[in-house]
Write a protein that binds this ligand. Structure first.
Ligand SMILES: O=C[C@H](O)COP(=O)(O)O
Length: 241
């Protein structure tokens, strides 16, 4: 049985104070959430410490949005896996398309980050997905195959989550057809050594489309950006029917 993982990616939003306001409304709503669903919040680094304290004893897991591959070193501006695990972080997003697009992330550095996360006990969420141009050119399958082939070299597939995020669907309201997301996720699964790796869909997931998305058999959860910033909206998503 594959795990269901529902993750909020706050990106570069929310101060510490705002993170606490969110929890006041969000945590009570989790009483309705079936126990087998893993719920996590991936916050900016500056919120992780206070969130770790506030989430202690709750069922919400904490995630970061990036991790460096070295244990420590002269890497100004970076954060290592042991720094994250020390404060209670359990998951980390790796290779988000915004990191690839704006910060020069490559399949090679993604691979290094995945392995470092696992070495120090974090569960990485590997993001893959195509641009509109690549989709229109019929390159979706080859692009994703390449991202998986390079990204997953020597990566432990028993401690891994994958997120399929078509870049054109991120923050645009232009959600991928659920049957198409299901098809691509099935394709991703067929390329894995471990077919039980949870594979999420991400890209304009909202309260009004979550039920349809989660009804698809290959989709094991969602990675949610904008709609995870409002407690009521994210609560509706984790409590999908
Ligand atoms: O990590 C989350 C994705 O980039 C999706 O963002 P979005 O839900 O705002 O489209």
């Amino acid at each position: 049985m594959r795990k269901i993982v529902i993750a909020g990616n706050w990106k570069m939003f929310k101060t510490q104070a705002e993170s606490q306001e969110f929890l006041q409304e969000f945590l009570p709503a989790l009483e309705e959430t079936p126990q087998e669903r893993e719920v996590l919040l991936c916050s900016p680094f500056t919120d992780l410490g206070i969130l770790s304290k506030s989430l202690h004893g709750s069922r919400v897991q904490l995630g970061a949005q990036n991790v460096h591959w070295a244990e420590n070193g002269a890497y100004t501006g970076e954060i290592s896996a042991p720094m994250l695990t020390e404060i209670g972080v359990r998951y980390v997003i790796v290779g988000h398309s915004e990191r690839r697009q704006y910060f020069g992330e490559t399949d090679e550095t993604v691979n290094l980050r995945l392995k470092a996360a696992q070495t120090f006990g974090l569960t990485p969420i590997l993001c893959v997905g195509e641009t509109k141009q690549q989709r229109n050119a019929g390159e979706t399958e080859s692009l994703i195959t390449n991202q998986l082939d390079k990204g997953l070299i020597d990566v432990d597939q028993t401690n891994l989550v994958i997120a399929y995020e078509p870049i054109w669907a991120i923050g645009t309201g232009d959600t991928c057809e659920t049957t198409e997301a299901n098809r691509v996720i099935g394709l991703i699964r067929s390329q894995l050594k471990n077919p039980n790796v949870p594979i999420q869909y991400g890209g304009s997931v909202k309260p009004n489309n979550i039920d349809e998305i989660m009804a698809e058999p290959e989709i094991d959860g969602v990675l949610v950006g904008g709609a995870s910033l409002e407690a009521a909206s994210f609560a509706r998503i984790v409590n999908y029917k």
